[in-house]
Design a protein around this ligand. Sequence first.
Ligand SMILES: C[S@@+](CC[C@H](N)C(=O)[O-])C[C@H]1O[C@@H](n2cnc3c(N)ncnc32)[C@H](O)[C@@H]1O
Length: 125
Amino acid sequence: MKKQVIHQTQKLMNRIILGDCLNEMKQIQNESIDLILTDPPYNIARKNNFHTMGRAGIDFGEWDKGFDLFSYIDEIPRILSKNGSVIIFNDWKNIGEIARYCESVGLEIKEIEDTLQITKQLFGV
Ligand SMILES: C[S@@+](CC[C@H](N)C(=O)[O-])C[C@H]1O[C@@H](n2cnc3c(N)ncnc32)[C@H](O)[C@@H]1O
């Protein structure tokens, strides 16, 4: 089992995978990743009435509209190694909900700043 994990991890080393993370993460071996650093969409695209101040709203494109802030988190406890960490960048308004979701899947919140740092509980999921 350990040998298989090392082999799989070496196949991922120094590679950039272009794909939907919801599919790609499913191909990753259990407990084989030490650090996940992610900057997913924040769902912050919206119109506003600040045009008199020179800001007519924020629009990053379709990828930032209606993004499910939680689905990708479901695979994390499975692929993260024991004592591995996750760093999630996000909008401060989403951070509370993301932290609660991470805890609900067995991750432990270590730090909330501009980023969330989360580690897998030793005896968690
Ligand atoms: C906040 S941006 C990240 C920007 C990046 N950190 C940079 O500096 O260019 C979020 C990115 O997630 C991508 N994205 C959205 N859904 C995705 C998915 N299911 N799988 C992989 N990437 C996705 C979007 O296309 C977008 O480029």
